[in-house]
Design a protein around this ligand. Structure first.
Ligand code: ZN
Length: 314
């Protein structure tokens, strides 16, 4: 070990980054200073990308060859010299190092911002935006390779109802006049939202403490669905992978606000899908990161006839 005076600290950051690369094959994506901003932009990434765990600076030292170059005190006293590439602040306690499974995440982050802005300002002209255009072209390409197939699935739909004896009709899609804007539907355009298990319904409805009823219904139809929960199956899906983990489709919206910018891009995706003759979209649950949701554009896919059970959720 070398005395402090003899160390050229200019190389400390390089040593750190080299060790990080040899251990994790990854760069720093964020630190505890910029974690919230990162998660705001990439809400699903830390849940869904393998290896996206936090790393504590001390533990990193203990497991790395930095032990052979610096004493722990030297290391901890100088860890501030390693700057987080996202916020430029020196590391202190924890950081996240992993790789996205797509390229150029920084450029994409910027493009997503400008796309959301364009949707807010001029929603009907969004196809003038490059990224929107690329997304449409990608979905169009996918659409050619996805065929309608027999889907046999049990789905669950939750409603908060104060009545003790809910009717099957309570679970059908709402009429146009009372249909609010949702993640995948415009104001006044009803769709059927459902999940593949009752726990996801509970989470999607923000964990109500009481009055939650869940209807179980069966779908047995030929449907063409875009499955955003298993995009690994689609080729050339880098942009789609980025879309799924980024804020453009996975931001949590403020339930009490009429203004829901978090839903701009998802409603654009559902417009593309409707135009491309998809019957619906399967998408990962934003609330917990497990379970999947379905949005079905044809509200007649859920009728009183295919509801086979209504249960109170405990
Ligand atoms: Zn940072």
């Amino acid at each position: 070990m070398i005395d402090d005076d003899d160390i050229n600290w200019n190389f400390f950051e390089d040593d750190f980054v080299r060790e990080l690369d040899s251990w994790f094959s990854a760069d720093i994506k964020c630190c505890h200073h910029c974690y919230e901003d990162f998660v705001e932009n990439w809400p699903m990434s830390l849940d869904r990308i393998t290896g996206a765990n936090s790393i504590e600076v001390g533990n990193f030292y203990d497991g790395s060859r930095l032990r052979e170059m610096y004493t722990k005190k030297q290391y901890l006293d100088n860890i501030y010299r390693v700057k987080c590439p996202r916020c430029g602040i020196g590391l202190e306690s924890i950081f996240w190092a992993f790789e996205f499974d797509f390229e150029d995440f920084e450029d994409l982050e910027w493009d997503f911002h400008s796309l959301k802005n364009d949707i807010r300002e001029t929603p009907f002209l969004v196809l003038k935006n490059d990224l929107a255009n690329q997304t449409f072209n990608l979905l169009e390409k996918l659409s050619n390779s996805i065929t309608s197939e027999l889907i046999e699935v049990q789905l669950y739909r939750g409603r908060i109802l104060t009545s003790d004896k809910p009717n099957k009709s309570d679970f059908l899609a709402p009429p146009k006049v009372i249909t609010n804007e949702g993640r995948y539907n415009h104001l006044g355009v009803p769709v059927v939202y459902a999940a593949n298990n009752s726990k996801t319904c509970f989470n999607e409805l923000r964990k109500p403490e009481e009055h939650l009823y869940i209807a179980k219904f069966e779908i047995k139809e030929n449907l063409k669905l875009l499955d955003l929960s298993s995009i690994e199956d689609y080729e050339e899906s880098d942009l789609l992978k980025a879309i799924v983990v980024s804020s453009v489709i996975s931001s949590k919206a403020d339930d009490n606000s009429k203004h829901k910018p978090e839903y701009y891009f998802t409603r654009f995706i559902s417009d593309c899908c409707k135009y491309l003759k998809f019957d619906g979209i399967i998408y990962p649950s934003v609330q917990i990161g497990i379970g999947v949701n379905f949005v079905l554009f044809n509200t007649e896919l859920l009728t009183e006839k295919n509801i086979n059970k209504i249960e109170k959720y405990n």
